[in-house]
Write a protein that binds this ligand. Structure first.
Ligand code: FES
Length: 156
């Protein structure tokens, strides 16, 4: 079973290399494609990307670690991103954050046990005049209170 999975990951990355090329500039589009399909970039995929692009696996991992939209661990089916930038902070982000963590029973950077939700921080969502702001998947919610944030979480 594991061998089959590894073979299919290898085939998938080989196809992405055909599509995007095998030089360094192909790294990001390949990582994004793997992330989009699996919602994270498994260890074996990282190794195969490094092998096929002829770069060190540490370089692949460094890029994944640098970008907040790339993940080396499985993510939840829903991604909740709470703005951590100063304007939202001053508007009451900390209380909203506490309520969200209490409701989900996880901390920032973690995923619920049922893999339903991953909770992350994000930088400014461009809604500073309506903070605190939070993004759930692609939708932005503004003027949050702890109660409003919990209601939104219950609806996903
Ligand atoms: S500071 Fe939070 S949306 Fe801009």
């Amino acid at each position: 079973m594991l061998v089959l999975e590894k073979n299919s990951i290898t085939e998938e990355i080989e196809a992405l290399v055909v599509e995007n090329g095998s030089d360094r500039s192909a790294l990001m589009p390949i990582l994004q494609a793997v992330q989009a399909k699996h919602r994270y970039i498994p260890d074996f995929a990282q190794q195969e990307i490094a092998r096929l692009l002829d770069i060190h696996p540490v370089e692949v991992f460094s890029v994944i670690s640098f970008y907040s939209f790339l993940h080396s661990e499985p993510q939840g089916r829903n991604i909740v991103r709470l703005c951590r930038t100063i304007v939202c902070d001053l508007a009451g982000k900390t209380e909203v954050e506490k309520a969200v963590m209490r409701e989900l029973k996880i901390n920032i950077g973690e995923t619920t046990k049922d893999k339903k939700v991953t909770l992350e921080h994000t930088n400014c969502l461009g809604m500073c005049d309506q903070g605190p702001a939070m993004m759930v998947n692609d939708k932005i919610y503004t003027k949050l209170t702890p109660e409003k944030a919990v209601e939104i979480l219950k609806s996903i």
